[in-house]
Design a protein around this ligand. Sequence first.
Ligand SMILES: Cc1cc2nc3c(=O)[nH]c(=O)nc-3n(C[C@H](O)[C@H](O)[C@H](O)COP(=O)(O)OP(=O)(O)OC[C@H]3O[C@@H](n4cnc5c(N)ncnc54)[C@H](O)[C@@H]3O)c2cc1C
Length: 338
Amino acid sequence: MAGARVDVLGAGIVGLTVADELARRGHDVVVVDPQPALGASYAAAGMLSPAAEVWHGEEEILRLGLASLALWPDLAGRLGTELRRGGTLLVGYDAGDLQQVERQAALLHRHGHPVELLGRAGVRSAEPSLGRVAGGALLPAEASVDPRAVCEALLGRVVLRGAPRPGTDVTVVATGASLPQPWTGLVTGVRGEILRLRSDDPPRRTVRGWAGGEPVYLVPRGDGRVVLGATSEAHEAPPVVTAGGALRLLAAARALWPALDRAELVEGTARDRPATADGLPLVGPSGADGVVLAAGHHRHGVLLAPLTARLVADHVETGRVDPVLDPRRFAGTPEGVR
Ligand SMILES: Cc1cc2nc3c(=O)[nH]c(=O)nc-3n(C[C@H](O)[C@H](O)[C@H](O)COP(=O)(O)OP(=O)(O)OC[C@H]3O[C@@H](n4cnc5c(N)ncnc54)[C@H](O)[C@@H]3O)c2cc1C
């Protein structure tokens, strides 16, 4: 459909990127959100990590993530926001943690993905701010962005309204972890607690690791800011940062990064990640006429935003759908579309 009138519900990174892509293609787009950019996108670390984040059984995420990572330089360039390259350093604190790194590296090797195993000395020279670790691996292609800066730049480019317009051709539902009826059951919230610090000795690049079995990551932003994340727990209660969650993150990070002790603790944030039953997003027809879903991006919404935007815009224009992401795959299931 050319020149479509489109309302996008939800001004998180997904809805905003979709709206921007549709507007760029000449469609008439408004975004509706009572609390723009304050959902999961406000908490997100902003890692563009298709490989470091992939686990067994999530190979589709690797494929989608690599396709979306390739779109990020263009998007960041257009928005004038920083894209930090330099890769991800995976590290293991002790021998058991190093086994996790090696398992991850073996999985990536099997998929033909570049990964360079590093011994203790290799990790130390790649990342002098780290303390003594058992070893690690470098994933050179990965990057990161500041999702708050990205959303702010996108908010400057889209039209925001208080309520949906009558007579739209298409409504895109991009409301993150809280989908309206009848799609509510397709997404559940997975709580993530995350801390923001300021340090005089930040890591140079994203560091992901395990310390005593506890997963943890550090994402430097520049000018000493470091994001430390993140817990992951299914939860019904309102999202708050718990003392226990913060303690686990700080203890794991401190084992890897001694400069943590001197760092200023600037902020703690908790939000729900929008998770689906099969771990893949919902991008495409909802089952209701004129309603398209762009939701359920769980741990990868920042990474997958530009690919989602392209898929939604292609769908609006041509009707094309990526079958792997088609929300109608849940038709007839307990989560069910209809
Ligand atoms: C701690 C943490 C760390 C993360 N780190 C990363 C990372 O490093 N890399 C990565 O790729 N992903 C990461 N994620 C995941 C990522 O944040 C999400 O996948 C992504 O933000 C989802 O974006 P969204 O736009 O779908 O949802 P949200 O950002 O939650 O936005 C949804 C918006 O919809 C609005 N809304 C809700 N209901 C309505 C309604 N009825 N009408 C209109 N608007 C409505 C809300 O106000 C909100 O602004 C992280 C998540 C968390 C919690």
